[in-house]
Write a protein that binds this ligand. Structure first.
Ligand code: WQD
Length: 333
């Protein structure tokens, strides 16, 4: 029995693949390389010394998805594949809804046809919108402010409705906060194409001299230093959260929702200072206007994942900064 990772060549998917292989799980990866690179596959094999089957398939290609299930005995799916840039989603809503929603509908239809009724879904803290308070619990109100976030919220609803229609399903919704860091080997990490949208890859490129300075998007938020506060979580901690969720799902039916965060909020300037100290580098910055759509504070109450999954994060912000930088230094051209 194998576990299918859609988008398994991506930043979070590849790190999750490593943790599953290390736990002696049988893994199949499906990916279309729209936001990842083929060399990741051999890096996973190098890190783990283990193999897995790979299919270059787009979820919109039903025949391709069907082939994966026809050729493998898939017991569960961890569903990472999807477009995920907030700003881009505002510019290209049709592409985001088609790719993320239609792709998932095809996946679930093929799963159902092959009697595979266990899905762990890559959701996001973005479904909480602008939270009424922090830390955020799983039962907080949900709202979204951009098409990317709306696809996540809609897919949570769709998957919940699938369980209502057939109580033999297990649906696990994992709401990520802000994943950063990289595998300690330096072989896997966050490698966005073009100018990074997210804070940590941008800081890395400034420290590496590829970008001149960091623009700090606003210092007039109601936070301890005026800059935005987020819950940064090491990608390997996040990957292990998926392994714990998979193990839990095998004993369960129903819809299960978990925040995957550290429960600690750091501001933009906290991160800049932590990165400079951890890596003995400078990160020049200027205060710039707020970015549209940003919220002041967002960090998790991760109690439920600890109580139900027995999962808690192991890596602190210093290690996250060191591992992010190690990936850059290790992969300089
Ligand atoms: C973090 C903080 C910015 C860049 C997004 C998505 C979310 C998830 C994670 C997919 C904020 C500030 C950033 C910069 C800055 N993605 N910042 N200068 O916006 O919290 O979350 O990525 O699931 O869905 O919304 O992450 O890293 O973009 O921003 O000052 O050049 O850093 O204002 O306070 P965000 P981020």
């Amino acid at each position: 029995m194998a576990v299918l990772l859609t988008g398994g060549a991506g930043f979070i998917g590849s790190h999750t693949c490593v943790e599953l292989l290390n736990a002696n799980e049988e893994v199949v990866i499906l990916d279309n390389f729209s936001n990842s690179k083929p060399d990741v596959l051999d890096k996973i094999r190098t890190i783990t010394g283990k193999n897995f089957r790979f299919y270059e398939v787009d979820l919109l290609d039903r025949d391709g998805v069907e082939k994966v299930f026809a050729e493998n005995d898939i017991e569960a799916v961890i569903h990472f594949a999807g477009l995920k840039a907030v700003g881009e989603s505002v510019q290209k809503p049709l592409e985001y809804y088609h790719n993320n929603i239609t792709g998932t509908l095809i996946l679930c239809d093929v799963m159902r046809k092959h009697n595979c009724k266990n899905i762990v879904f890559s959701s996001s803290a973005t479904v909480y919108g602008s939270p009424k308070s922090v830390p955020i619990k799983e039962d907080f109100p949900l709202s979204t402010t951009n098409p990317y976030g709306s696809t996540k919220l809609m897919l949570e609803q769709i998957l919940s409705d699938v369980f209502v229609s057939d109580n033999d399903w297990c649906v696990t919704l994992l709401r990520y906060f802000n994943p950063i860091g990289a595998h300690k080997s330096g072989l896997l990490g966050e490698n966005p194409n073009g100018i990074p949208n997210n804070l940590m890859p941008y800081i890395c490129q400034v420290a590496d001299g590829r970008l001149e300075k960091l623009n700090v998007f606003g210092n007039d938020y109601p936070t301890h230093d005026g800059t935005g506060v987020r819950d940064y979580i090491h990608v390997v901690d996040l990957a292990n959260g998926h392994l714990k969720a998979l193990i839990h799902s095998r004993k369960e039916k129903g819809v299960h929702i978990f925040n995957l965060g550290t429960g600690v909020g750091y501001s933009v300037l906290d991160i800049v200072k932590a990165f400079e100290k951890a890596n003995n580098v400078k990160v020049p910055y200027v205060i710039a206007p707020r970015r549209a759509g940003d919220i002041a504070e967002c960090y998790a109450d991760a109690t439920k994942a600890l109580e139900v999954l027995g999962w808690k994060t192991q890596y602190d912000i210093e290690q996250m900064c060191k591992d992010s930088w190690n990936f850059i230094v290790t992969n300089r051209k």
